[in-house]
Ligand binder design. Structure first.
Ligand SMILES: Cc1ncc(C[n+]2csc(CCOP(=O)(O)OP(=O)(O)O)c2C)c(N)n1
Ligand SMILES: [Mg+2]
Length: 534
């Protein structure tokens, strides 16, 4: 006999998520979303309360990158939902899975404009505008189905956020639900790779003189196959920032996540055969408008629509990266192939080019990279120390070790993503390195780190404000305005939240300060006044 129970839609959605393995959710409770919160303890789901919904969104992303599950965010209607939308847009731009759960106005009360609590002209359309799909469900069954559809979409499409809105009357009403309805479903089958195209791709790669592999975020589920193919072809591997660590960056074939620097971009551009795996090759990945590859380009992507995105491909292999690479490996024979790129020399030029762009942030990036523990998860922000320092200078052995958002390039990401990362990967050291401007966007999340009892080291690079924008203004002939910013007493601020803080007076103090912060644990803030960077 089929077992049934009486559940609210809020309960049914969370129970279904738990059955898929989601054991942590991020959000802020409110009058309208209580029925999403009611089941959490009973279901054994950890609720992480951020101090602003944006922090919940970035926290969910940081957690998702470590666990492989979609980040789940619970907001209340109106302001709660609207507050998270920049984080949702970030996940959309970076192709990362996320589920946003929000109550909506009760059925029949849509667009009533009567001054009800959290009334918003059209919150559904607002959310809909930044997600892959949004659904305002009309029954408990539809709410459960939306969760199943979300998981199917994450497994088969380009992972991006989805929005599930449950009207208040459905969220709160109890309905008889069959247990089976909430059981995880198998993802739909993806079409297998076209055999003819595959054979042509294998032949091209086999005959290449100077093959190069460019790996994006879509390659991260295929790191083993990527390494075996790179070694078989003796092909250097370049990644985007989202693909960073797809190949161990200490590997002899790794050119790191340095696609943005001319020396590396030119290697991709001039390859006679360039294999691009799961990368959109956008301006934010390249720092130029287009790659304009000169050789033959083979692209692997789950979606046909991505195959020629920003760069026409000679051959497009539509399918899962791991299956497609396995199939290629079966057709590219082993053999002696010489490596045409002097990887160590290129990596030296990377440092030179980075120094030409920004010597101080490059050198600080090198010092920080040396000081950080080898298996660190480093979360960063849209601060110069990230994109002109650490992302190029730090080497990582594993993917998803440098959560970042190259395309959306928002401020606020680093600290909450660090909190989510630590919750998702409690055994790895997590360090957040952000600018003073970035940290002020999310400073309240220091309290979340304390509350969640996390070991988290936060390093703030204080150059007195929005230095990148100040440079932009000067370059544009504008006398600096709104960019030189007052600073708090950073170590005291960390102490006020219940953490520990220290300010460096000489850069030589950096290695020990980082080491002891990480080994002491708890919330540790290290303030680096930029004037001490030589
Ligand atoms: C949400 C958001 N608002 C504004 C910007 C524009 N912006 C880009 S970088 C930047 C300055 C960031 O300051 P900080 O983190 O101190 O880094 P710095 O440039 O000083 O190294 C600003 C305001 C942005 N990227 N995101
Ligand atoms: Mg700054």
């Amino acid at each position: 006999m089929e077992t049934q129970k009486k559940l609210t839609a809020g309960w049914a959605v969370l129970e279904t998520l738990k059955k898929y393995g989601v054991d942590t959710v991020f959000g802020i409770p409110g009058t309208h979303n209580l029925e999403f919160y009611r089941p959490l303890k009973h279901l054994g789901i950890r609720a992480v309360t951020s101090r602003h919904e944006q922090g919940a969104g970035y926290g969910a992303d940081g957690w998702s990158l470590q666990t492989g599950f979609p980040g789940v965010v619970i907001t209340t209607s109106g302001p709660g939902l609207l507050n998270v939308l920049s984080a949702v847009a970030t996940s959309f731009a970076e192709s990362r899975p996320m589920i946003i759960l929000s109550p909506g106005v009760a059925q029949g009360a849509e667009f009533s404009d009567v001054g009800s609590l959290h009334e918003t002209k059209d919150q559904f359309s607002a959310a809909q505008s930044v997600v892959e799909w949004g659904r305002r469900v009309e029954s408990v069954e539809e709410a459960i189905q939306a969760v199943h559809d979300a998981f199917d979409f994450f497994a088969t499409g380009r992972p991006r956020p989805v929005y599930i809105e449950v009207p208040l009357n459905i969220l709160e009403a109890e309905t008889n639900i069959a247990n089976d309805l909430m059981a995880p479903t198998q993802p739909s089958e993806l079409p297998s790779v076209n055999a003819q195209t595959l054979a042509e791709a294998a032949e091209l790669l086999d005959g290449a003189e100077n093959p190069v592999i460019l790996a994006g975020g879509g390659s991260l589920s295929a790191t083993h196959e990527l390494r075996v193919l790179a070694e078989r072809l003796n092909a250097p591997v370049i990644t985007t920032t989202n693909g960073k660590g797809a190949l161990d960056e200490y590997h002899r074939l790794s050119l790191g996540a340095n696609l943005r620097l001319p020396v590396v971009r030119n290697i991709a551009k001039s390859a006679d055969v360039l294999l691009v795996i799961g990368a959109k090759l956008g301006e934010a990945d390249l720092w130029v408008d287009a790659l304009e590859a000169e050789g033959k380009v083979i692209r692997i992507d789950r979606l046909e629509s991505q195959i020629h995105k920003n760069q026409v491909a000679h051959l497009g292999l539509v399918g899962q990266a791991s299956d497609t690479l396995k199939a290629l490996l079966a057709e590219v024979p082993p053999g002696e192939r010489s490596l045409r790129v002097d990887v160590p020399a290129v990596l030296k030029t990377v440092v030179q080019e980075s120094r030409e762009l920004d010597p101080k942030n490059t050198d600080l990036g090198i010092s920080l990279a040396e000081a950080l523990p080898e298996d660190v998860i480093l979360t960063t922000d849209s601060s110069m120390i990230a994109y002109w320092g650490l992302l190029n200078m730090l080497k990582t052995r594993r993917p998803n070790s440098t959560p970042y958002m190259a395309t959306y390039a928002t401020l606020d990401y680093g600290l909450p993503a660090g909190i989510g990362a630590k919750i998702g990967a409690p055994d790895r050291p997590v360090v957040t390195v952000v600018g003073d401007g970035a940290l002020m966007f999310s400073v309240q999340e220091l309290m979340t780190a304390i509350e969640q009892d996390l070991d988290l080291t936060v390093i703030v690079v204080d150059n007195g404000g929005y230095a990148e924008i100040k440079n932009n203004e000067i370059d544009a002939g504008i006398a600096p305005i709104s960019v030189d910013l007052a600073q708090p007493e950073w170590p005291a601020l960390a102490r006020a939240f219940g953490g520990e803080g220290a300010s460096l007076s000489e850069i030589s103090e950096l290695p020990l300060a980082v080491k002891s912060a990480v080994s002491t644990g708890g919330l540790q803030l290290i303030h680096i006044p930029f004037e001490i960077v030589e």
